[in-house]
Design a protein around this ligand. Structure first.
Ligand code: COA
Length: 342
């Protein structure tokens, strides 16, 4: 015969609880001062202004000057985002920096940025999701706020890709550029950030990559910067076909139809990819499409917040508009979500 022992009462763990709804409360950007024309790019590679314009849509791009560091550009973008959100740096509980071009293995650049802003002791860390990094960050920030682990999160996408671009490489020299964009994510009375659709396809890992691991660089007889390499055409085809499906799924999950949408804000990788996605999504004519790439180039993690700021500043988009973000890049990592613009 078995005897039952009375169950010992053990203290439980109180679950975190946060806001029911979240939103982007403010957006800010920083564009480096040096304008690099296609003519200048063609001094380094065998190409032409016409080829670059028709194949990528890029007319010019911005490359950072030495003082326009990852930290400096991030702080400038973040100050604008905080000011527009009406949030003090001291109210920020977490700083997420999405970047692949902070050339210091450890520590992350986020604590430095946080401290310069006056947000210490906010949690601060970097994420490496390449061009999808900003959308990954917005999703993580929103989830943190819903769970109660943070009230206000600063998400920064920042790149100095000119440091890791080989200006003599025809496949990448004309595409990559520098800049920073920041968003303050916080609680909201109504829903401002839809469910993320995200993923990564490691079977395509080699399509965009650092040329060599650091260890191989250090062991080589003539060490040199392991620049970015990209097999552009397979990435182009993958992005043009697969990313529209991811974007459509994000619309569906948010319960938003293309007819409800005001603004399409895709990662600024190539104007032809932007056009292909817009066609596949059957966006109505009146939907504003971000085309920041023409004068900014591809700034990876910074491209969506920079394009968002540009549309808001130009009055082409307004506060309260429903926008669709979709981002993709090295990994290959991707993410899409519907947001309400601040
Ligand atoms: N200038 C002139 N000609 C060039 C060139 C350049 N910079 N680079 C390549 N070419 C030539 C090629 O040699 C090829 O010539 P061929 O037809 O005689 O063989 C031709 O142009 C077409 O090359 P291809 O690579 O097929 O061009 P593309 O239409 O795919 O455009 C990219 C190239 C890089 C603009 C495009 O592939 C792209 O944007 N890819 C995706 C970028 C992206 O989204 N990255 C992910 C996020 S960071």
């Amino acid at each position: 015969m078995t005897t039952s022992t009375p169950e010992t009462v053990r203290p439980g763990i109180t679950a975190g609880r946060g806001a029911e709804h979240t939103a982007i409360l403010g957006i800010g950007g920083y564009r480096p001062s040096r304008v690099v024309t296609n003519a200048e790019i063609c001094e380094y590679i065998d190409s032409s202004d016409e080829w670059i314009r028709t194949r990528s849509g890029i007319i010019e791009r911005r490359w950072a000057l030495p003082h326009e560091t990852v930290q400096m550009m991030s702080v400038a973008a973040a100050r604008k985002a905080l000011m527009r959100a009406g949030i003090e740096a001291a109210q920020v509980d977490c700083v997420i920096v999405a970047t692949v071009s902070h050339l210091m293995q450890t520590p992350a650049v986020a604590p430095l940025i946080s401290d310069e802003l006056g947000a210490t002791p906010a949690a601060a860390f970097d994420i490496s999701a390449a061009c999808a990094g900003f959308c990954f960050g917005v999703s993580m920030a929103s989830d943190m706020i819903r769970c109660g682990s943070a009230k206000h999160v600063l998400v920064i996408g920042v790149e100095r890709l000119s440091d890791i671009t080989d200006v003599t490489d025809r496949g990448t020299a004309f595409i990559f550029a520098d800049g920073a964009g920041a968003a303050v994510v916080g609680p909201s009375p109504t829903e401002g950030i839809g469910p993320v659709v995200w993923g990564a396809d490691g079977s395509r890992y080699d399509l965009i990559r650092q040329k060599q691991p650091w260890k191989d660089v250090l062991e080589s007889a003539e060490p040199s910067m392991p620049h970015l390499r990209m097999d552009g055409n397979p990435v182009f085809r993958w992005a043009s076909f697969e990313m529209a499906k991811v974007a459509a799924e994000a619309l569906d999950k948010a319960g938003v139809s293309p007819d409800d949408l005001d603004v399409f804000l895709p990662h600024q990788a190539n104007m032809r990819i932007i056009d292909a996605m817009a066609r596949t999504l059957r966006l109505p004519e009146r939907v504003v499409i971000a085309r920041d790439i023409a004068y900014q180039g591809n700034t990876s993690a910074a491209s969506i917040p920079l394009a968002t700021e540009a549309l808001l500043e130009a009055g082409q988009a307004k506060s309260g508009d429903l926008a669709l973000f979709v981002a993709f890049g090295a990994g290959l990592a991707y993410a899409a979500q519907v947001v309400r613009l601040p």
